[in-house]
Design a protein around this ligand. Structure first.
Ligand code: GDP
Ligand code: MG
Length: 177
Protein backbone atom coordinates (compact mmCIF):
# COMPACT_ATOMS: atom_id res chain seq x y z
CA UNK A 1 0.00 0.00 0.00
CA UNK A 2 1.15 3.49 -0.77
CA UNK A 3 1.85 5.72 2.19
CA UNK A 4 0.82 9.35 2.31
CA UNK A 5 2.27 12.30 4.14
CA UNK A 6 0.31 15.38 5.06
CA UNK A 7 1.65 18.66 6.32
CA UNK A 8 -0.79 20.99 8.05
CA UNK A 9 -0.02 24.45 9.28
CA UNK A 10 -2.27 25.20 12.23
CA UNK A 11 -2.60 28.70 13.66
CA UNK A 12 -3.07 29.15 17.39
CA UNK A 13 -4.54 32.57 18.09
CA UNK A 14 -6.41 34.41 20.83
CA UNK A 15 -5.67 37.03 23.44
CA UNK A 16 -2.58 36.99 25.62
CA UNK A 17 -2.55 34.86 28.76
CA UNK A 18 -5.36 32.53 27.67
CA UNK A 19 -3.04 29.50 27.53
CA UNK A 20 -1.89 29.19 23.90
CA UNK A 21 1.79 28.54 24.61
CA UNK A 22 0.93 26.19 27.47
CA UNK A 23 -1.34 24.24 25.14
CA UNK A 24 1.26 23.88 22.41
CA UNK A 25 3.75 22.77 25.04
CA UNK A 26 1.35 20.29 26.54
CA UNK A 27 0.43 18.85 23.18
CA UNK A 28 3.92 18.64 21.75
CA UNK A 29 6.06 18.01 24.84
CA UNK A 30 3.42 16.46 27.07
CA UNK A 31 4.05 18.77 29.97
CA UNK A 32 2.52 21.74 31.73
CA UNK A 33 4.84 24.51 32.76
CA UNK A 34 3.52 26.84 35.42
CA UNK A 35 6.39 29.26 35.12
CA UNK A 36 5.87 30.28 31.59
CA UNK A 37 7.86 32.80 29.64
CA UNK A 38 5.96 35.15 27.45
CA UNK A 39 7.24 34.67 23.94
CA UNK A 40 7.89 37.43 21.48
CA UNK A 41 7.19 36.88 17.80
CA UNK A 42 6.14 33.47 16.61
CA UNK A 43 7.01 30.02 17.91
CA UNK A 44 6.70 26.92 15.80
CA UNK A 45 6.22 23.47 17.15
CA UNK A 46 6.01 20.24 15.21
CA UNK A 47 4.00 17.18 16.12
CA UNK A 48 4.11 14.05 14.01
CA UNK A 49 1.02 11.85 14.11
CA UNK A 50 0.82 8.28 12.88
CA UNK A 51 -2.73 8.80 11.68
CA UNK A 52 -3.26 5.36 10.16
CA UNK A 53 -1.14 2.50 8.81
CA UNK A 54 -0.57 4.45 5.65
CA UNK A 55 -0.97 8.09 6.67
CA UNK A 56 1.46 10.33 8.54
CA UNK A 57 0.48 13.83 9.52
CA UNK A 58 2.90 16.58 10.36
CA UNK A 59 1.25 19.32 12.34
CA UNK A 60 3.05 22.60 12.40
CA UNK A 61 1.61 24.69 15.24
CA UNK A 62 2.11 28.43 14.94
CA UNK A 63 1.94 30.11 18.33
CA UNK A 64 1.82 33.90 18.29
CA UNK A 65 3.16 36.16 20.97
CA UNK A 66 3.45 39.84 21.48
CA UNK A 67 0.85 40.89 18.88
CA UNK A 68 -2.13 39.58 20.79
CA UNK A 69 -3.52 42.89 21.89
CA UNK A 70 -4.28 43.91 18.31
CA UNK A 71 -6.49 40.84 17.69
CA UNK A 72 -5.07 40.93 14.19
CA UNK A 73 -2.21 39.39 12.25
CA UNK A 74 -0.68 40.04 8.86
CA UNK A 75 -1.77 38.07 5.80
CA UNK A 76 1.76 36.61 5.56
CA UNK A 77 1.30 34.96 8.92
CA UNK A 78 -1.92 33.22 7.87
CA UNK A 79 -0.52 32.15 4.49
CA UNK A 80 -0.93 28.48 3.61
CA UNK A 81 -2.56 27.58 6.91
CA UNK A 82 -4.86 24.56 6.88
CA UNK A 83 -6.65 25.12 10.16
CA UNK A 84 -6.94 27.32 13.19
CA UNK A 85 -7.44 27.15 16.93
CA UNK A 86 -8.92 30.21 18.60
CA UNK A 87 -8.61 30.12 22.36
CA UNK A 88 -10.08 32.18 25.16
CA UNK A 89 -10.03 31.96 28.95
CA UNK A 90 -13.39 31.11 30.55
CA UNK A 91 -12.57 33.31 33.54
CA UNK A 92 -11.83 36.34 31.35
CA UNK A 93 -14.84 37.61 29.42
CA UNK A 94 -12.77 40.17 27.51
CA UNK A 95 -10.76 37.31 25.98
CA UNK A 96 -14.11 35.84 24.86
CA UNK A 97 -15.27 39.14 23.38
CA UNK A 98 -12.06 39.27 21.33
CA UNK A 99 -12.76 35.91 19.73
CA UNK A 100 -15.08 37.46 17.13
CA UNK A 101 -12.31 39.90 16.14
CA UNK A 102 -9.87 37.03 15.75
CA UNK A 103 -12.33 35.03 13.69
CA UNK A 104 -13.14 37.98 11.43
CA UNK A 105 -9.45 38.72 10.98
CA UNK A 106 -8.81 35.10 10.04
CA UNK A 107 -11.72 34.79 7.60
CA UNK A 108 -10.90 38.09 5.92
CA UNK A 109 -7.28 37.11 5.28
CA UNK A 110 -7.39 33.44 4.35
CA UNK A 111 -9.87 31.08 2.69
CA UNK A 112 -9.79 27.50 1.48
CA UNK A 113 -9.09 26.98 -2.21
CA UNK A 114 -12.82 26.44 -2.73
CA UNK A 115 -13.64 29.76 -1.09
CA UNK A 116 -14.92 28.41 2.22
CA UNK A 117 -13.59 29.39 5.63
CA UNK A 118 -10.61 27.61 7.16
CA UNK A 119 -11.63 24.88 9.63
CA UNK A 120 -11.44 26.59 13.00
CA UNK A 121 -12.13 25.26 16.48
CA UNK A 122 -12.98 27.36 19.52
CA UNK A 123 -11.32 26.37 22.80
CA UNK A 124 -12.74 27.52 26.13
CA UNK A 125 -9.61 27.09 28.20
CA UNK A 126 -8.97 27.06 31.97
CA UNK A 127 -12.20 25.13 32.58
CA UNK A 128 -10.58 23.86 35.79
CA UNK A 129 -11.05 27.34 37.30
CA UNK A 130 -14.22 28.83 38.69
CA UNK A 131 -16.31 30.80 38.48
CA UNK A 132 -16.62 30.94 34.71
CA UNK A 133 -17.08 34.45 33.44
CA UNK A 134 -18.81 33.33 30.23
CA UNK A 135 -22.02 31.24 30.28
CA UNK A 136 -21.96 27.92 28.48
CA UNK A 137 -25.08 28.72 26.46
CA UNK A 138 -23.43 31.93 25.21
CA UNK A 139 -20.38 30.02 24.00
CA UNK A 140 -22.56 27.39 22.33
CA UNK A 141 -24.65 29.97 20.51
CA UNK A 142 -21.69 32.08 19.51
CA UNK A 143 -19.72 29.10 18.19
CA UNK A 144 -22.60 28.10 15.92
CA UNK A 145 -23.32 31.62 14.71
CA UNK A 146 -19.67 32.35 13.95
CA UNK A 147 -18.95 29.34 11.77
CA UNK A 148 -16.64 27.37 14.05
CA UNK A 149 -16.46 23.64 13.36
CA UNK A 150 -17.24 23.32 17.08
CA UNK A 151 -16.04 24.26 20.53
CA UNK A 152 -14.69 22.38 23.53
CA UNK A 153 -13.90 23.24 27.09
CA UNK A 154 -10.26 22.53 27.76
CA UNK A 155 -7.84 22.62 30.64
CA UNK A 156 -4.21 22.61 29.68
CA UNK A 157 -3.47 22.33 33.39
CA UNK A 158 -5.49 19.12 33.84
CA UNK A 159 -4.79 17.91 30.30
CA UNK A 160 -8.48 17.91 29.48
CA UNK A 161 -9.62 17.76 25.84
CA UNK A 162 -6.30 18.88 24.39
CA UNK A 163 -5.63 15.79 22.27
CA UNK A 164 -9.34 15.37 21.61
CA UNK A 165 -9.89 18.88 20.29
CA UNK A 166 -6.85 18.80 18.03
CA UNK A 167 -7.88 15.40 16.70
CA UNK A 168 -11.30 16.85 15.88
CA UNK A 169 -9.67 19.69 13.96
CA UNK A 170 -7.32 17.31 12.12
CA UNK A 171 -10.26 15.16 11.02
CA UNK A 172 -11.89 18.21 9.50
CA UNK A 173 -8.67 19.33 7.81
CA UNK A 174 -8.31 15.84 6.30
CA UNK A 175 -11.85 16.08 4.92
CA UNK A 176 -11.25 19.34 3.14
CA UNK A 177 -7.63 18.77 2.05
P1 GDP B 1 -0.59 32.69 26.18
O1 GDP B 1 -0.21 34.10 26.44
O2 GDP B 1 -1.95 32.59 25.53
O3 GDP B 1 0.46 31.92 25.43
O4 GDP B 1 -0.80 31.97 27.61
P2 GDP B 1 0.24 31.08 28.43
O5 GDP B 1 0.33 29.70 27.86
O6 GDP B 1 1.50 31.83 28.57
O7 GDP B 1 -0.52 30.93 29.82
C1 GDP B 1 -0.86 32.04 30.62
C2 GDP B 1 -1.06 31.57 32.05
O8 GDP B 1 -2.22 30.75 32.18
C3 GDP B 1 0.10 30.75 32.60
O9 GDP B 1 0.34 31.12 33.94
C4 GDP B 1 -0.40 29.31 32.54
O10 GDP B 1 0.20 28.49 33.51
C5 GDP B 1 -1.88 29.50 32.80
N1 GDP B 1 -2.73 28.46 32.22
C6 GDP B 1 -2.71 28.01 30.93
N2 GDP B 1 -3.65 27.07 30.75
C7 GDP B 1 -4.28 26.90 31.93
C8 GDP B 1 -5.36 26.08 32.36
O11 GDP B 1 -5.96 25.26 31.62
N3 GDP B 1 -5.76 26.22 33.67
C9 GDP B 1 -5.17 27.09 34.51
N4 GDP B 1 -5.62 27.13 35.77
N5 GDP B 1 -4.14 27.87 34.14
C10 GDP B 1 -3.71 27.80 32.86
MG1 MG C 1 2.22 32.67 24.58
Amino acid sequence: MESRDYLFKVLVIGNGHVGKTSMVNRYVNEKFNKNYKSTVGVDFALKVLAWSDTETIRLQLWDIAGQERFASMTRIYYKEASGCIIMFDVTDSSSFRSVSNWKEDLDSKIKLAGGGPLPCILLANKCDLSPWDVPLSTIEQFSKASGFIGWMETSVKDNKNINESIKFLVERMMEVS
